[in-house]
Design a protein around this ligand. Structure first.
Ligand code: GLY
Length: 369
């Protein structure tokens, strides 16, 4: 990790090479020479959403000036972007506009734009370069890091995708100032997640600075984003294609994805669903080593970050969606929880009867022990 006056530079090494990751307040206003060189004289396709383009599109001016040609392609907001028909539309636009193997895709938006744009870049002409410019906290600390790309099918989220690492990632925490406060909270749950299973000092750092973080203070956010990214880099480098340890990052996601799916991705934001998913997994954790103090600390931080109420959900619907989750393996579902603060465990030996009973308890009162 190196720090310039206003930015923190990290690197993720992976089987296809390495990805430089820059985190900083205002980092996009002063793009690095490395980033400018990556755009230089290339045909650039900036995949973005109307809202992000309207709010922040002018921040790409310096990159645009360096490109040989530039086309902004807008995709729908939210999960609706992660659809095969949207991907097909983009591939066809790229072809019509003369996209070639040396063209470059920019993913300028939240996690959904990043997942889609990475998928489009990964599939176009068998794979072209892309750069992640994430504009939400959730994308900066999680979705844009680690090369996962995907679209959804009606049956399951992220069920069609590939590993395709970006050429570079730039996380400008100034972009977070325009986020809906609920979206900022949603991203913080991913920080809590990685703190609980891998980097426990992140939990206390978030606790200490929570009001500045929730106020979208770009200077306060930058070191937290960088620390969360560094933790994720270490996990991904050890297991780039999720054969094993990378599954730790799924803490809160098994029930989280099921909660999103039962409401057709409309009621809960991804991070909020993960917040509830972590509350569920803490119950499993308490029976398997996690002390009451550790569980209380995570639960209290989730409470302080703030979750919306959970609507009507049935155990049967959740169970059905859980079994369809892409993390389901033949041997049974792998559950992720902290066995101690900062020590994630992947456990495939929890029987369905316990899951069903725990889901019942959780839905009756998500916050109780
Ligand atoms: N978002 C989880 C992962 O990248 O593995």
């Amino acid at each position: 990790m190196t720090n310039s006056a206003s930015a923190i530079d990290l690197e993720l090494r992976h089987p296809a090479g390495s990805t430089p990751i820059r985190v900083g307040a205002g980092a996009l206003r002063e793009p690095s020479e490395e980033l400018l060189n990556a755009v230089d004289e290339r045909s650039v396709f900036a995949i973005t959403s109307p809202a992000v383009r309207g709010l922040h599109g002018t921040r790409l001016a310096e990159l645009e000036a360096r490109a040989a040609s530039w086309q902004a392609l807008e995709v729908p907001e939210g999960e609706r972007a992660k659809d095969l028909t949207v991907a097909e539309g983009l591939w066809r636009e790229l072809l019509r506009a003369g996209g070639k193997r040396d063209s470059l895709v920019l993913a300028f938006g939240g996690g959904t734009v990043g997942d889609l744009a990475g998928f489009v870049a990964g599939g176009f002409l068998r794979g072209i370069d892309y750069i992640q410019l994430p504009t939400t906290l959730l994308a900066q600390v999680d979705a844009a890091i680690g090369g996962k790309t995907a679209v959804n099918l009606p049956e399951a989220k992220n069920s069609v995708g590939l590993f395709h690492h970006p050429r570079a990632v730039l996380c400008d925490t100034e972009l977070l100032s325009t986020l809906d406060p609920a979206e900022l909270r949603s991203g913080l749950f991913e920080v809590v997640k990685i703190g609980a299973i891998y980097a426990p000092d992140l939990l206390s750092r978030v606790e200490e600075r929570l009001s500045s973080l929730l106020a979208a203070d770009a200077e306060a956010l930058a070191p937290i984003v960088a620390a969360a990214v560094q933790a994720k880099v270490e996990i991904v480098e050890a297991d780039p294609e999720e054969a094993d340890r990378r599954r730790l990052l799924n803490f809160g996601h098994t029930v989280g994805h099921a909660l999103e799916a039962v409401s057709d991705y409309r009621e809960l934001r991804h991070g909020e669903a993960v917040g509830y998913g972590m509350l569920f997994a803490l119950r499993l954790a308490r029976r398997r080593g996690l002390g009451a103090d550790g569980a209380d600390q995570v639960r209290e931080l989730i409470r302080r970050v703030g979750l919306p109420p959970l609507g009507e959900v049935s155990v049967a619907a959740l169970l059905q969606r859980t079994a369809r989750d892409k993390k389901a393996r033949q041997a049974g579902l792998a559950w992720v929880y902290p066995s101690a603060l900062g020590e994630g465990r992947i456990d495939s030996a929890i029987d369905l009867e316990e899951i069903e009973r725990t889901l019942r308890e959780f839905l009756a009162d998500p916050w109780s022990e």
